[in-house]
Write a protein that binds this ligand. Structure first.
Ligand code: NDP
Length: 253
């Protein structure tokens, strides 16, 4: 039910953090993983690490997910080199932590382009291959800020709220093509992104530990399972959902 042998998965931002955690899950389940990031060396190192740990050959392709042309080239190359495309994980993301009154238009656009418009561009580019194959799985990465707001993250919260609604729109549009589209909303996970947040947001570390019932930060490895589940036959009747992976953070009032 969870076997992914013969499947090909693109993971944007798969060269580190949550994306690499998901990549490990998919590769271990048998998928051929395409690591798609900006930083070539980081992506090559991640692909080599995946190959060693799973025994499955992984591929690294350079992409800027904010560029329509670059995204189209990514999908074309993945299809050429791997012969098919079954799974897309829209995971690449950034944050610029400033209150709304201090955020420039360019910063707003940069965050929305990287976190939200990228999911549109990648999903649209992947759709023809999935439709032709008669099946597909798309996983979009949201956040606790798909649910809550935060004064220091106006563009990020807008992008992550948008991811959930975009997920529902694609799930509705592509259900008859047997393409399931779901969102994963991570809690506070220990990655490069939140290492900088711990420096910039006073009291964050203590707040996360106090409010998370699991009483710890999440790890990239916490995303192995959800990636496999949402990419496999086991989730064929689940679409348009937004699933929290947060150690219980979002159930606290
Ligand atoms: P990281 O900073 O570790 O990873 C972000 C990834 O995004 C990097 O691999 C980076 O690749 C890639 N990326 C950024 N911009 C671009 C771009 N323009 N084109 C291609 N790739 C790009 O952070 P996380 O692992 O924490 O974040 C992954 C996702 O999870 C994000 O969407 C984030 O918003 C979300 N998330 C994270 C949470 C956390 O607590 N960590 C909580 C909730 C959501 P490269 O280095 O090659 O540019």
């Amino acid at each position: 039910m969870f076997d992914l042998h013969g499947r090909v998965a693109i993971i944007t931002g798969g060269n580190g953090g949550i994306g690499l955690g998901m990549a490990h899950g998919l590769a271990a389940a048998g998928a051929r993983v395409v690591i798609a990031g900006r930083n070539r060396d980081k992506s090559l190192a991640a692909a080599a690490q995946l190959g060693r740990s799973s025994g499955n050959d992984a591929l690294a392709i350079e992409v800027d997910v904010t560029s329509e042309k670059s995204v189209e080239q990514l999908v074309e190359r993945a299809r050429d080199e791997c012969g098919r495309l079954d799974i897309l994980v829209n995971n690449a993301g950034i944050n610029i932590r400033k209150p709304p009154q201090d955020l420039s238009h360019a910063e707003w656009t940069q965050v929305l382009d990287t976190n939200l418009t990228s999911a549109f561009l990648c999903s649209r580019a992947a759709y023809p291959a999935m439709k032709a194959a008669g099946a597909g799985k798309i996983i979009n990465i949201g956040s606790m800020m798909s649910i809550f707001g935060a004064g220091f993250a106006p563009a990020y919260a807008a992008s992550k709220g948008g991811i959930v609604q975009f997920t529902k729109a694609c799930a509705s549009a592509w259900g008859r093509d047997n393409i399931q589209v779901n969102a994963v909303l991570p809690g506070w996970i220990d990655t490069d992104l939140t290492r900088s947040a711990r420096k910039e947001v006073e009291g964050l570390h203590e707040n996360v530990l106090r409010r998370t019932p699991a009483a710890r930060w999440g790890e990239p490895g916490d995303f192995n399972g959800i990636a496999v589940f949402l990419s496999s036959k086991a989730s064929d009747f689940i679409t348009g959902a937004a699933i929290t992976v947060d150690g219980g953070y979002s159930i606290q009032g």
